[in-house]
Design a binder for this molecule. Sequence first.
Ligand SMILES: *Cc1c(COP(=O)(O)O)cnc(C)c1O
Length: 363
Amino acid sequence: MTVPIYQTSTYVQDEVGVHKGYDYSRVANPTRTALQLCLASLEGAEHGVAFASGMAAVTTVMHLVSPGERIVSVNDVYGGVYRLFSQVYQPKGYEFTYLSAETINAELAQHIDERTRIVWLETPTNPLLNVIDIRAAAEAAHAVGSLVVVDSTFATPYLQRPLELGADIALHSTTKYLAGHSDVVGGFAATNDPTVAERLYFLQKSLGAVPGPFDSWLVLRGLKTLAVRMRQHCENARQVAQFLERHPAVERVLYPGLESHPGHEIARRQMRDFGGMISFLAASEEEAVGLVARTKLWQLAESLGGVESLIEHPARMTHASTADAPFAAPRNLVRLSVGIESAGDLIEDLEAALVRSAAAAGA
Ligand SMILES: *Cc1c(COP(=O)(O)O)cnc(C)c1O
């Protein structure tokens, strides 16, 4: 019933040049192969390539681009991706243009040309939950011969399948919802393009950022409950977002499931449901920092997508590396990764922490 953990680095061969399908575990390992097949099938993809982390997946995909070529990216990308782009690739002569989700949705075609090798999208974005119309962006990008990469970590293939909407590569940090239990770091990229796939398999073994057999097994184990977990994450997030939207100490709630969200209509079209991530603006940075330390059920921690609810302050934690960017996370932003606990308990805990905010503001 369960794929074994093939905890081996090498494989006995029958003769020189005749092996049983595996020769060395950086090149291939049966547990990793099972994971790649499973994740690819969830994305509706022919090919899937697993990595040691989400950033390892990003780094490997970035090797499809050469110095002098251009990457057009949504400005509100994951902080670690922005750091990689701005502090590793840009100094090597790669060119980056950052556009807001709004600009991409309205007029991407006006900002790309034949030198654009990749249009890098993330939807919904981390941490502002902006939503990008994947189908429209893919049409514009393909018109100039660019590839479209969608970091679909927040959505998972249960909620959104970028390849079916026209993207060339769907990318994930499997650390998050796919593994789902905050116990492993991993990454993944899926594609239906045979040329891209061949290059990614080559880069996977050549760059070597591969996941180990036990890590592959943990992600496979998590995937078995992806659908039920996602349903509960979405249901809980809906209730928490509605609670926050009514709360006087909350300035603004960013959740694509709310009709007030600018990306609500696009999200309805391209996602099955709206996911388990919510961000909101507290009255001030001090309030945000105080609040995230006061909750009891919501643990103060980076990362997201596990069964337990987490709370954090992006400007000083996950997105500190975007602090110098023109699109830095607002200082009063709080990000929630809504777990699968009782929604009532989660709301009660937030309410207690927010009441103290309101009291402090009044004092
Ligand atoms: C976490 C995350 C990453 C990076 O993944 P790691 O597994 O931490 O390396 C990339 N993109 C998004 C949207 C993420 O949330």
